[in-house]
Design a protein around this ligand. Structure first.
Ligand SMILES: [Mn+2]
Length: 318
């Protein structure tokens, strides 16, 4: 559907529930919070639900406390999946989503399953926030403000690697420019989301990088974060987020992988790629997915076997 149809759909609803995806990232949370703030201004009753805790860098977002703050109603005029490629991404909230009189999905993933009754899917958008911005702008541009703009801008920079990924289009930068005009503190947000790390994370990073493994003439690099690493540095699996980028940044590396032990023999795997290597294709081998240059999946097994299986899938993709 087109932006204008999404606006009409939202206008026709009074009670609206917004759903972010499990293991939330900034795009799903910021897009939902921005849309919530906007819809409150036009007099809607709106709540945000997410099956999962916000990571430390999201807790300080404006209105972050609104996530899961309201009791669920028995039904809503409209339920909205935000940044969810498949229904299951809403986790325990799938039944509540389905109870919407109308269901709607706004998303930018390549493999979006079109599971809702109404779908605004644009794989060319750098972030779902791009689509949320266009909805708000079309609905009533005079209601946009610094808070909403800051949320949307945060989603844009985090989903595009600070405008460094191939998903950045001319529209992404035009929208970023329009958002900056509302007084978004861009340098502060860039530092917070791309450079600032805690001292404990620094120690974990130093330890993991010193043990990084490289294969196929350094075209594949693998970082592992195991229980012993977390214990030695006083960290948890949450502290390993995004450290995979340190490996994909090494010249010559085409595929970077991080394997994070989240429970005994259960691993969260993140893939980042350069050049022609396809992160989404590698993750698909294991039932996961994402984007061409960034994807992920969960896998169970003994570490040695998991490493072998992932390495084989990476080699097959070179
Ligand atoms: Mn996204």
């Amino acid at each position: 559907m087109e932006i204008i149809d999404a606006v009409k759909l939202i206008k026709s609803a009074k009670t609206i529930a917004l759903f972010s995806h499990i293991n939330p990232d900034c795009d799903t949370i910021c897009s939902a919070l921005a849309l919530r703030s906007f819809l409150l201004k036009v007099g809607k009753e709106v709540s945000v639900f997410c099956d999962g805790d916000l990571k430390f860098d999201m807790e300080s977002l404006p209105t972050a406390k609104a996530v899961n703050a309201d009791a669920a109603k028995s039904s809503y005029d409209l339920t909205v999946a935000v940044d969810c490629a498949e229904e299951a991404r809403m986790g325990k909230f799938v039944p509540l989503f389905k109870k919407g009189k109308r269901t709607f999905c706004v998303d930018h993933h390549l493999q979006d399953r079109n599971f809702a009754q109404y779908n605004l899917i644009d794989a060319h958008a750098g972030a779902t926030a791009e689509l949320v911005y266009l909805i708000c702008k079309t609905y009533d541009v005079s209601l946009l403000n610094k808070e909403i703009a800051s949320l949307l801008y945060t989603a844009l920079i985090t989903d595009t690697g600070n405008f460094g990924f191939s998903n950045v289009g001319t529209r992404t930068l035009s929208i970023a420019s329009e958002l900056l005009a509302y007084g978004v503190p861009n340098a502060e947000l860039s530092y917070k989301h791309f450079r600032e790390i805690g001292f404990d994370t620094f120690k974990l990073k130093a330890r993991a990088l010193s043990k990084a493994q490289f294969f196929e003439n350094n075209r594949i690099g693998i970082l592992s974060f195991l229980k012993a690493d977390f214990e030695a540095t006083g960290t948890t699996s949450a502290n390993s987020a995004n450290l995979v980028n340190e490996v994909v940044n090494v010249a010559g590396v085409e595929i970077a992988v991080s394997i994070t032990e989240v429970r005994p023999n259960s691993y969260k795997v993140s893939i980042r790629t350069q050049d022609k290597a396809d992160a989404n294709a590698i993750a698909s081998v294991f039932g996961g997915g994402g984007h061409k240059n960034a994807a992920g999946f969960m896998i169970n097994g003994f570490y040695g076997n998991v490493l072998d299986d992932i390495l084989k899938a990476c080699k097959d993709n070179l």
